[in-house]
Design a binder for this molecule. Structure first.
Ligand code: FE
Length: 256
């Protein structure tokens, strides 16, 4: 169901969280609208392309999308991109180190003059007068990963950082009890986020932003300053990925 979590009359943020089937990894797609122009974040896989186009159309004609932003190269982030290249003139923002992967899931001729290579240091994007900041979030989890900070709604779209895998029968959109929510985040972060060092540096950057909510690509969002602070503190102290790789322990040839 479309969930509009910000609307000041000019600027809107909408999240779509139920386009995947129960046996697939659940993903969130987000739409930012400023005036009569829009930005789509993490368009997702091919399997729900038509459903998402219909959902977007109930808020804004897809032809008014100026940008489509992919945080990293994973198929659940952007395998459905080709369809949007056909029906919109939107520019595609993609981390620079993954640019060469785009032809693997798009018709190359459609991408000509439409790709914005997001440099490692990040960049700023003007959307019809509203500013988005594309932030470096490398190694969280992809080696070239970006997050998106919307300066108007003060929302941080955090890609796989903060992702939770909530069983469908327990589904909730917004985290109400951080401690109870941890069980849906912990195993994902331990395995998919490679480095506690990267987490600590990200936390230091995130503390410099005025954040009202954090919207990950999977699972529930964190609403309000208190919940945002709890999440950043948790990430700041997270042990994950390589922190669990002990000398000689992780790589062994399986026995015959
Ligand atoms: Fe991913």
């Amino acid at each position: 169901m479309a969930y509009e979590f910000f609307n000041d009359g000019t600027h809107k943020c909408i999240r779509f969280d139920d386009l995947t089937s129960e046996n697939e990894v659940q993903t969130n797609q987000s739409l930012i609208i400023h005036g009569d122009r829009g930005v789509l974040l993490e368009p997702g896989g091919r399997q729900f392309y038509s459903k998402l186009v219909a959902e977007i159309s109930s808020f804004i004609p897809p032809q008014r999308l100026d940008y489509i932003i992919l945080s990293h190269q994973d198929p659940d982030v952007g395998a459905g991109l080709n369809g949007y290249l056909l029906i919109t003139d939107a520019k595609i923002c993609f981390p620079s180190i993954w640019l060469r992967f785009i032809p693997a899931f798009c018709t190359k001729s459609l991408t000509e003059d439409r790709i914005i290579s997001v440099p490692d240091r990040g960049m700023r994007l003007d959307v019809n007068g509203a500013e988005l900041i594309l932030l470096p979030a490398h190694f969280l989890h992809s080696s070239g990963n970006i997050h998106v900070y919307d300066t108007v709604s003060k929302t941080l779209f955090s890609s796989d950082l903060g992702a939770s895998l909530i069983p469908p029968d327990q589904h909730y959109t917004t985290v109400e009890d951080f401690d109870a929510h941890l069980k849906y985040m912990e195993s994902f972060h331990k395995r998919y986020i490679p480095s506690g060092k990267a987490c600590r540096q990200w936390a230091a950057m995130a503390r410099q932003l005025d954040i009202e909510r954090i919207v990950p690509q999977h699972g529930a969002m964190f609403e309000g300053k208190e919940m945002v602070a709890r999440f950043i503190d948790w990430i700041d102290n997270l042990k994950c990925g390589l922190d669990y790789v002990t000398e000689g322990g992780a790589y062994r040839i399986p026995p015959a």
